[in-house]
Design a protein around this ligand. Structure first.
Ligand SMILES: NC(=O)c1ccc[n+]([C@@H]2O[C@H](COP(=O)([O-])OP(=O)(O)OC[C@H]3O[C@@H](n4cnc5c(N)ncnc54)[C@H](OP(=O)(O)O)[C@@H]3O)[C@@H](O)[C@H]2O)c1
Length: 385
């Protein structure tokens, strides 16, 4: 395709940590034109100039409908990587639709809204939410319904201020239920904090907090899982301490900003002198049509959470641009091909490793998820990345 006829993808927040990564992933495809935006037109220009694909820059304010409208004009798809997502809400999606563009967001901008005829939106197309919600579908493929899924995210690395704000906001806005498990319905207070939780790919046991997200509840329902549980695991005391102190407050904007700064500092403290990592692990215990007990697991490990998030967002934008996603407003976990996303990350993001295992046996081998010895009552407010 001639460069002038290649579909245009507009990336809002295109020079932020996640947006830069998305832009690099899409530029590497060589089949799109890109438009990078943010409130700083000069920063967008500098970032666009470094890409290995035709890219223009345009200043845009995601809080302003007219500015978003100008940015979205001519785009086949708008990919929103600006945040805090919970403060910017769904303005970018509305503007994209009004300009005749499809839409992808690396975060949730609220519950999927009513569809707009002829338009497509893919929400929550990041690491968590995003890749996290793809694991149950990947692991349960071809198995009977009723399987039991356990998943976990563990990460070490300095959060961006925007990421920290969204983390706190998502917890406050009830994105998930601490300590809950899915057993055909959300069962509250069913699980406990695990103090010595072994996470494959992480050299020492971590403290893991059960956190049943809306994303996982939706997937469990759609896939007919018998049970689903999710843990957020913490590698260090600083972030955990900040989240515990932060629990239960109903702060104003200033307080929120201060707590986000503290969260950024504590994430840097936990990571100091250590190699950053981001691990998603999932395991599904189920059975196949022949009556065999099947245990499947996956471990996806990368060095940079923003890089992984941007790459998933880029995959979604490319899929939407290519007409591979049905019209309507969806969560990424419901419409992207899990294996294709995993392959995209493995082949396209430096340093990403993926380990997938399957064990099949004629009898029901008893093998529960690997919590450690101790448990702790209570928990911390947790959110999305
Ligand atoms: N799903 C996941 O797993 C996951 C993981 C990590 C991050 N995220 C989300 O990804 C988003 C970006 O995070 P990040 O770490 O990349 O943050 P970041 O490095 O601070 O980048 C944010 C970008 O958005 C732009 N921006 C902020 N407010 C804007 C506005 N009103 N109008 C236009 N552009 C605006 C910023 O530029 P200016 O300030 O110059 O305008 C910057 O380019 C956040 O919502 C974060 O929660 C999701």
């Amino acid at each position: 395709m001639s460069p002038r006829r290649a579909p245009l993808i507009g990336i809002i927040g295109g020079y932020g940590a996640v947006g830069r990564s998305a832009a690099r992933s899409l530029a590497a495809q060589g089949r799109f034109r890109l438009r990078l935006g943010g409130r700083d037109g000069e920063a967008a220009r500098a970032c666009a100039a470094r890409l290995a694909a035709p890219a223009e820059a345009m200043a845009v304010d995601a809080g302003d409908a007219r500015s978003l409208g100008r940015f979205s004009q001519g785009c086949r798809t708008v990919l929103n990587c600006a945040g805090p997502a919970y403060l910017l809400a769904d303005r970018a999606r509305r503007a994209a639709f009004a300009a005749g563009a499809d839409y992808v967001d690396v975060m949730d901008d609220g519950r999927p809204a009513d569809p707009v005829p002829g338009r497509t939106a893919v929400l929550s197309a990041g690491l968590m939410p995003g890749l996290s919600g793809l694991l149950p579908g990947l692991l349960s493929q071809g198995l009977d319904p009723g399987g039991e899924f356990t998943g976990c995210y563990a990460g070490l690395g300095t959060l961006t201020r925007t990421g920290a704000l969204d983390y706190l906001l998502s917890a406050e806005r009830g994105y998930g239920t601490p300590m809950a498990v899915w057993r055909g319905r959300v069962v509250p207070s069913a699980l406990a904090v695990e103090l010595h939780f072994p996470v494959p790919g992480v050299p020492r046991p971590l403290t893991a907090h059960p956190f049943l997200t809306e994303e996982l509840v939706d997937r469990a329902r759609e896939l007919g899982l018998g049970e689903a549980r999710w843990y957020n695991a913490f590698d260090g005391d600083a972030v955990l301490g900040t989240l515990k102190r932060s629990r239960g407050g109903h702060p104003g904007a200033r307080d929120l900003a201060a707590r986000a700064e503290e969260l950024v500092r504590s994430s840097a403290l936990d990571a100091a002198g250590r190699t950053p990592y981001h691990v998603l692990w999932g395991r599904l215990e189920g059975s196949d049509q022949e009556g065999n007990a099947v245990s499947r697991a996956i471990v996806i490990r990368g060095e940079d959470g923003s890089r992984l998030t941007g790459a998933v967002g880029a995959f979604a934008a490319a899929a939407v641009c290519g007409g591979q996603v049905l019209r309507g407003v969806h969560r990424a976990s419901a419409v992207l091909s899990p294996q294709a996303v995993v392959d995209w990350l493995r082949t396209g993001v430096p340093g990403v490793t993926v380990r997938q295992t399957t064990v099949s046996s004629p009898t029901d081998a008893e093998h529960r998820p690997g919590p450690g010895d101790g448990t702790e009552a209570g928990g911390v407010d947790e959110g999305t990345l």
